[in-house]
Design a protein around this ligand. Structure first.
Ligand SMILES: Nc1ncnc2c1ncn2[C@@H]1O[C@H](COP(=O)(O)OP(=O)(O)OP(=O)(O)O)[C@@H](O)[C@H]1O
Length: 377
């Protein structure tokens, strides 16, 4: 459905010399299948918005190709660049700019009354606007002024206005970021339901990893203008390809070590706190420096009276504990590093008490060490 190939976009750095350029998007390639919800996820400045703006036609790429449904929207080599308003794409941006002087109906009808769609027959406008409003469940508020809607309703209005043109592709740039946490969560479900029911191919931009994991069929994690990992949400979370993804998506413990040998059970990594067996490695082999990654929720807390040692068991002391509602979170100090782990809220451990932690090999992955780390984080 959407193919983005070797996309590059650099900007001149305003403050530096004229030769300095920021490589906002640096050789980005991905494909979005029909009906998929595809998310570009990454920290601020990693190039998500620029990628989306290139697809929308609001930014002219330096090189690369963008194709929607076999229709070339941009090709540097073939010198093709279709204007934004000719691309038939629906867009909702962070500042969802609804018209305050228009009512809900007129806001949604607006795209059908301007440009090449301005000759849309009145009856068709009415029918399409009503359909779009019903989809976002705002039909009953058609006559109300847009400014008299709640934040969540304004958000849905922006969505209806994007849907009314029946786009081939929906581009959403942090559309929920202006809303409070509760509303954001409920709209997340609504947006996902809507997208699935309508079968709209969607490209979604966010820096919020839980939003990305909960809504997407596929996620591209970006860093410094490049895709660091592309995969389904489970793979991104459970099999991060590198420490950046492991760190950015969720919380991860990192333990420095060296891969010593391969055994039938996996690989043995020597760490300052003892040997650890890991079931998986990515990009490292025997003899390489690495980090062992393990999620806090995968660390099994053994009660202090059962701390008899054993394979992949590390012993330390509870340093701090945090009650987070549904669970307890602990920082455990090991002789040479620190680990974060979680237990159900009822299973409370006291600060200062010794504790043994089991790191199940199946949940431990050895990845290349990006730089010298002082220990686990
Ligand atoms: N018009 C511009 N002129 C100069 N630099 C720009 C311009 N637009 C973006 N950049 C730079 O390009 C890089 C990528 O920006 P982009 O907005 O794509 O990142 P992002 O991942 O969407 O960030 P955020 O989550 O903060 O919106 C940043 O370093 C940014 O400062």
């Amino acid at each position: 459905m959407l193919q983005v190939d070797a996309l590059c976009k650099a900007f001149k750095e305003e403050t530096a010399s004229k030769h300095d350029r920021v490589h906002a998007v640096d050789d980005v390639t991905f494909t979005v299948e029909e009906g998929q919800f595809f998310t570009l996820l990454g920290p601020s400045g990693c190039g998500k918005t620029t990628t989306l703006r290139c697809i929308a036609g609001l930014e002219r790429p330096d090189t690369g190709e963008i194709v929607v449904d076999d229709h070339v929207l941009f090709s540097h080599d073939r010198r093709i660049s279709i204007a934004a308003n000719e691309r038939n794409l629906g867009m909702v941006f962070q500042s969802y700019a609804i018209w305050p002087h228009m009512n809900v109906f007129d806001n949604v009808a607006f795209p059908l009354r301007v440009g090449k769609r301005r000759r849309t027959p009145k009856a068709e406008v009415t029918e399409r606007v009503e359909r779009a409003l019903n989809v976002v469940e705002l039909g009953h508020l058609a006559g109300r002024y847009a400014t008299k809607l709640s934040g969540g309703q304004q958000q849905r209005l922006a969505l209806a206005r994007a849907l009314v043109i029946e786009p081939k592709l929906l581009l959403l740039d942090e559309p929920l970021s202006n809303l409070d946490a509760k509303l954001r969560e409920s709209l997340r479900f609504e947006l996902k339901r809507l997208q699935r029911e309508q079968g709209i191919t969607t490209v979604y931009v966010t820096h919020d990893q839980s939003e990305a994991l909960s809504m997407s069929n596929a996620v591209a994690v970006m860093k410094d203008g490049r895709i660091s990992q592309l995969g389904d949400p489970f793979d991104i979370y459970l099999k991060p390809a590198n420490p950046f993804v492991a760190d950015f998506v969720g919380t991860t413990n990192f333990i420095d070590g060296v891969v010593r040998e391969q055994t039938p059970d996996g690989w043995v990594v020597h760490t300052a706190d003892g040997p650890l067996t890991v079931a998986a490695t990515s990009g490292v082999g025997v003899g390489d420096e690495c980090v062992v990654c393990v999620r806090p929720e995968h660390v099994e807390v053994l009660r202090d009276d059962s701390s008899t040692g054993g394979d992949n068991v590390l012993t330390g002391e509870v340093q701090t504990r945090l009650f987070v509602g549904e669970a307890m979170e602990y920082q455990v100090r090991l002789p040479n590093s620190q680990l974060q782990c979680r237990t159900p809220a009822a299973a409370r451990l006291s600060s200062g008490k010794p504790v043994s932690l089991h790191l199940p090999p199946a949940h431990c992955t050895a990845l290349p060490r990006p730089e010298a780390r002082a220990g686990s984080r």
